[in-house]
Write a protein that binds this ligand. Sequence first.
Ligand code: NAP
Length: 239
Amino acid sequence: MSTLPLADRVALVTGASRGIGAALALQLATMGAQCVLLARTQGGLEEVDDAIRGATGRGATLLPMDLQRQEKELDMLGPSIVERFGRLDILVHAAGVLNKLTPVAHIEPRDWNEVVAVNMTAAWRLIRTCDPPLRASDAGRAVFLTSFALDAHTAYWGMYGAAKAGMEHLALTWAAEVSKTPLRVNIADPGEVGTYLRAHAFPGQDKAKLRTPQDVAPGLAALCTPEETRHGARVAIEA
Ligand code: NAP
């Protein structure tokens, strides 16, 4: 009997209630990982859990949590997962919020606070709480979802772009800090994927012409395997 590539690995996936995070969680689970699924929507998490159970015969662990408003719980995630499973090997920060496209001069504080909290501040808090168990793993892996199109500083994308730029900077700096450990940290761009987030930004876009979350899940999952050697890299996912 062949051993699955992520057998015995424990993975925390944020943004796992729909879209790319959900597809990636299913992919990681079919590769053998025990997945901890984090998002706000209990119903979405349960659907992903059902899909994982159907594909693998064993369920995931559901963590309904608001990354913006439940900072205390977020700060305890690393130790809580270690207490429950004895280890944490994989962190994927796929939770993301675009909110609205708007000129920089018109950004409202409430929108700014949400976009920065979910895309950037949560990344910092996840790094803080997950760093010890990920370093302790023999093959810790961390992946942060971003969009390289934001490098173009396109008009109206400033709020989302600033938050993702901050997240990327934190992740790549952390990568430099852990480079002498087995932990591999990368940022990844999935390309144009037909999800809720994208439909919100481009309501008229033909979904049929976009990638699906399932198209990009294998490329993202590859970054989570013990064999992965890329580190501190900006990876454009091929579908
Ligand atoms: P999506 O379908 O809208 O999914 C976003 C996920 O983030 C959902 O699971 C959502 O769950 C979670 N989330 C949002 N706010 C949260 C909060 N306050 N607390 C906890 N979880 C929260 O978007 P997607 O397209 O799959 O995006 C996944 C990642 O890929 C994002 O980081 C995005 O920036 C990035 N990305 C996407 C594209 C694209 O074309 N789609 C391109 C480049 C990069 P709940 O609402 O249940 O909380």
